[in-house]
Write a protein that binds this ligand. Structure first.
Ligand code: CDT
Length: 318
């Protein structure tokens, strides 16, 4: 039996700092209604989709910081989205800041969840690769304090859902081949990725003109090299004076972009994704069982980075 998932990108334009959760949920619901009217099974929203991208600000007051976090999911303000999904028979993937009371402590994560057509959460992912810095760096035009406000997650899992094997990643994760490969090794057929990416990267402004190119490059490579669909969804546009890239797109297992947004505002784009398209890649060029050579890859997990000499040149040159 053919395995199709009709997927909608649920791209968001900017969210202002003073925009409330109920106001944002109305925007998310409007996109869900559009996607449902076009026959979609699943809508994917961006990273931190309920608030502005708050790690751009240095804050010390924990109450001020925690105002951007969700203590329960669904909570009273997000329940309407779950109810709508159930009423429409649609699933969704949503990014948000999670405040979790676990193991006798309070933990904060940059999280996304996958909700099925019955409004039930079937998978949760906590962002592994947290970019940016911990301390205030006033020389930057804006901060990127994810390392200050979040703990990293510790795994890339997959789940059987929507007739296939689905996984999630968040923003900076998409730049790392390990993200896709760890899920690829679990047979992933569709990776859902929300992001908030400023056009300007303060420590490397020479990359600014390439920000959209790099966005596509990494998702197209991740899809092809693992024979998987990749759905990348932006929070785009000028948010609190920071210009964020759009470029939301759906990438086929061939590496080709088959659907894309064209604005930097609230917008859906969709594709009918045949999960069996993964097979010709997973069974030929990227048949891991036949062609991978894990014994040659030990350094991937043994080393965190390049070992440098005092003068900055690599220790191992061959
Ligand atoms: N949200 C997120 O991870 N953004 C980063 C910005 C660049 S690193 C400072 C990204 O990789 O897109």
């Amino acid at each position: 039996m053919a395995r199709f998932v009709n997927v909608a990108i649920g791209q968001l334009g900017p969210i202002a700092r003073n925009e409330t959760r109920p106001q944002v949920v109305v925007r998310l619901a409007a996109l869900m209604h559009q996607a449902s009217a076009m026959g979609c099974d699943l809508i994917v929203y961006p990273e931190l989709a309920l608030t502005t991208f708050f790690p751009r600000w240095y804050m010390e007051d924990q109450n001020e910081i925690d105002a951007f976090f969700e203590r329960e999911m669904p909570g009273p303000e997000t329940q309407p989205l779950f109810d709508l999904a159930k009423a429409l028979g649609m699933g969704f993937c949503l990014g948000y800041a999670e405040l979790a009371a676990e193991n006798g402590g309070i933990h904060r994560y940059n999280t996304s969840i996958l909700v099925d057509r019955n409004g039930a959460c079937v998978s949760k992912y906590r962002k592994v690769h947290l970019p940016g810095h911990v301390e205030h760096e006033p020389w930057r035009r804006f901060q990127h304090l994810e390392k200050r406000y979040f703990e990293p997650g510790d795994r890339f899992g997959v789940v059987a859902a929507f007739g296939g094997v689905l996984g999630m990643a968040i923003c900076n994760d998409r730049r790392w081949p390990e993200t896709y490969r760890v899920m690829g090794l679990q047979g992933v057929e569709m990776v859902l990725i929300g992001y908030n990416t400023p056009v300007h990267n303060p420590p490397a402004s020479e990359h600014d003109d390439l920000s959209l190119f790099h966005n596509q490059l990494v998702m197209q490579a991740g899809a092809y090299q693992n024979g998987s669909w990749v759905v990348g969804v932006a929070k785009a546009g000028i948010e609190e004076s920071v210009d964020q890239i759009g470029g939301s797109c759906i990438v086929a297992p061939s590496g080709e972009i088959v659907a894309a947004c064209t604005t930097k505002g609230d917008e859906i784009a969709l594709a009918r994704c045949d999960l069996d398209l993964c097979n010709s890649y997973k069974r030929t060029t990227f048949n891991f069982d036949v062609h991978r050579q894990p014994s040659a890859y030990g350094m991937i997990v043994e080393r965190k980075g390049v070992h440098l000499k005092a003068d900055g040149t690599p220790l191992a040159t061959c």
